[in-house]
Design a protein around this ligand. Structure first.
Ligand code: NAP
Length: 201
């Protein structure tokens, strides 16, 4: 059973990593990870609308040795990260065109469900990494959501889907602000709702 808790810390420290690692317990699970503004904006013009180093460290820390699913635009943005191909990540990119064929740990799939099947076949943790259509199509397949809630509304063109009905809040780590932005690392777990309804996850 998981319990809600709240911890005040000022940056993504070893303490936070160690707390979050106790949550990251289920291999082969399907989990989504996103930073979401208070109006559910996640992107603008192909980029993140904010720069929060702690959240990027959080993303890179969580997704080591895992299978990542992302749309073509998000993957092209990921290529700006020098360590994108390091730390045992594989990428299942969703695109209607076959590109990136010669890029290391990358495979291309014509639909989110095809990408999910290929990622699951790796038998490692699968991370749904956006963008909008990928989150929308695969949200119901997720066991858990790791959402960094940015406590401000942003102008943008890409949104995270509504999630609260299916995923109860299970963990919340209150983080102080960075670049004038306040944000909170949160974990939402479908198992908590299933347990409340007397069903197994
Ligand atoms: N805040 C966050 O945590 C977060 C996370 C991820 C992304 N983002 C932001 O979100 C934006 C990118 O998201 P996006 O929704 O615009 O793009 P995206 O999902 O990353 O990529 C869109 C592309 O993926 C392919 N695609 C998407 N759905 C498909 C489907 N059902 N079947 C086949 N192909 C499909 C298509 O590629 P082709 O055109 O090649 O056919 C489509 O043009 C950026 O601004 C990024 O920074 C934010």
């Amino acid at each position: 059973m998981v319990f809600p808790f709240s911890v005040a810390v000022s940056f993504y420290s070893a303490t936070v990593i160690s707390i979050l690692n106790t949550i990251h317990d289920s291999k082969s699970s399907v989990q989504a990870i996103a930073a979401v503004a208070s109006n559910r904006v996640i992107g603008d013009g192909g980029r993140l609308p904010w720069s929060i180093a702690a959240d990027w460290r959080h993303f890179m820390q969580r997704t080591v040795n895992s299978a990542l699913i992302m749309g073509r635009v998000s993957f092209e943005d990921m290529l700006n990260e020098p360590r994108w191909a390091a730390d045992g990540r594989t990428y299942h990119v969703v695109s209607r065109e076959r590109r990136f064929a010669n890029l290391g740990p990358v495979s291309v799939h014509s639909s989110p469900m095809e990408a999910l099947a290929a990622a699951k076949a790796e038998q490692r943790t699968v991370w749904i990494c956006g963008g909008a259509d990928i989150y929308l199509q695969l949200l119901s397949e997720c066991d858990r959501l790791w959402l960094t809630l940015v406590q401000k509304e942003f102008t943008g063109d890409t949104y995270f889907p509504h999630w609260q009905g299916e995923f109860p809040l299970c963990h919340e780590l209150q983080i102080a602000e960075e670049n004038g932005l306040k944000f909170t690392f949160t974990v939402w777990d479908k198992a908590a709702k299933l347990a409340a309804n007397g069903q197994e996850a």
